[in-house]
Design a protein around this ligand. Structure first.
Ligand SMILES: [Zn+2]
Length: 444
């Protein structure tokens, strides 16, 4: 007789990890590493892959679940070398029922082979995840698109190391996060392998496939690479020439760059907005104008390597810790490159916010408003107000302590409030800025 699985470890009965994305993330284990072998055919948008997932159980489990997009089908599944009792793929979850219960603290080696036509995941923020381009593919997964291309524990708090191998037609270049390990050409197909040793949230994992030329733009203070369509080279070189200077300014202000290298990819399609991935930023062909039109966004995406990618909000309600900081970094770049000082930028943004509807609480904006422009601007104004309150010296020492203490980790807003408290910021400072809709005045 088959007994029903106990309710305590039924992944479907678990409370959500994050109320902003209640369907994402899973309990019962912690992933420490993903090794993904992806084979992709550009013309047919067909992907087959194998995911080797190393994890540790955090409670006794008889079932485990992974986030897994509906465009893909799991073929073979193995847990610790043996076939599970069964697995089922429904509602964006791959639920694996084990043959035997596994105790807390045990190692899990899960191998999932899968195939399908990856499709982006639809949500209130548009389509995210694996996306076909006119002649290639890109992945931009914020906030919940990772499951569109691999089975995962898709939550920012679930960081792990990655190795990503991509095989595709040899006329394309494939770029993924981390250090390029090697390339193997077999007949008409090439395998590109990348190793990302620093912990990475699944939404920041990416693959970029296109007819790109890869170049090293600078070696110091950090290796900066570019993968761009050859016909955009001249415009790109003009628009992105200040990146080494930005890197120098940001490493001085924010502390050491968190990764081995920084790669900028320009897709040969227009993109509404650029997007960050770990160690990488992805721009559209429309962002290459030759007139430096998007310098602000180039600084913004670079700043996410510290704020968002290395120091990551543990829950989406704290998204201002990514976007407010990246927006403030735009102003800091301006201030440090002969442009308007951040204080003036803040005053202007504040005046703009004062004219808009004051209906957002940036410390808990709700999922619908978490990428609202007012959150970016007000978040940046909050930081400028903090800087005015505690003074320049304390502010920048504090910023570097923030990126140092929480390097590769996850944080909540209270962590920042506590840190600022140690630099002399009164606790009462935060309530009006973060937790009320009414916009406070800028301190003089
Ligand atoms: Zn951003």
């Amino acid at each position: 007789m088959k007994r029903p699985a106990p309710r305590f470890d039924d992944p479907r009965a678990d409370p959500p990890i994050d109320p902003y994305l209640p369907a994402n993330g899973n309990r019962g284990y912690r992933v420490s590493r993903y090794e993904l072998d992806i084979d992709y055919r550009v013309a047919s948008n067909s992907l087959s892959g194998t995911a080797h997932i190393t994890a540790t159980t955090t409670r006794p489990v008889s079932r485990i679940a992974f986030d897994f997009g509906q465009g893909l089908d799991a073929g073979k599944v193995r847990v610790n070398g043996t076939r599970p009792a069964k697995f089922a793929h429904r509602d964006g979850k791959l639920v694996i029922t084990l043959r035997d219960r596994i105790d807390t603290g045990a190692a899990l080696a899960v191998t999932i082979s899968y195939a399908g036509n990856p499709t982006p995941i639809d949500g209130p923020w548009g389509e995210v995840g694996w996306e076909e381009l006119t002649d290639g593919a890109l992945v931009a997964s914020q906030p919940n698109g990772a499951a569109s291309w691999f089975p995962c524990d898709d939550h920012p708090s679930a960081k792990a190391s990655f190795r990503i191998s991509v095989t595709t037609e040899s006329s394309y270049t494939a770029v993924a996060n981390g250090v390029f390990v090697g390339k193997r050409v077999r007949a008409s197909r090439t395998t590109w392998t990348y190793e990302q040793p620093e912990p990475m949230s699944p939404y920041l994992a990416t693959v970029q496939i296109g007819r790109y030329e890869q170049r090293q733009l600078s070696r110091s203070p950090v290796r900066i690479m570019a993968a761009t369509p050859p016909h955009l080279r001249t415009l790109f070189d003009r628009d992105f020439r200040k990146q080494p200077d930005m890197m120098r300014v940001f490493t001085r202000l924010f502390g050491p760059y968190p990764y081995d290298r920084y790669t900028v990819v320009v897709a040969d399609d227009t993109l509404e907005i650029p997007i960050e991935a770990q160690g990488m930023s992805i721009f559209g062909s429309n962002h290459c104008t030759g007139r430096g039109s998007y310098e602000r966004l180039i600084a913004h995406e670079l700043a996410h390597q510290w704020f968002g990618n290395s120091v990551t909000a543990r829950r989406w309600r704290d998204i201002w810790l990514h976007e407010g900081f990246a927006c403030y970094a735009e102003w800091l770049w301006s201030e440090n490159s002969g442009g308007q000082p951040a204080r003036e930028k803040a005053n202007r943004a504040h005046a703009g916010l004062a004219r808009e509807s004051q209906s957002i609480v940036i410390g808990d904006p709700g999922p619908e408003l978490m990428f609202d422009d007012r959150l970016y601007k007000r978040g940046a104004c909050t930081l400028d107000a903090l800087r005015r309150t505690i003074g320049d010296r304390s502010f920048f020492v504090m910023l570097r302590e923030w990126t140092d203490v929480h390097r590769y980790g996850t944080v909540v807003t209270e962590d920042f409030i506590d840190l600022a408290g140690r630099y002399g910021c009164p606790r009462g400072f935060w309530e009006p800025w973060l937790y009320r809709t009414q916009l406070p005045a800028m301190p003089s």
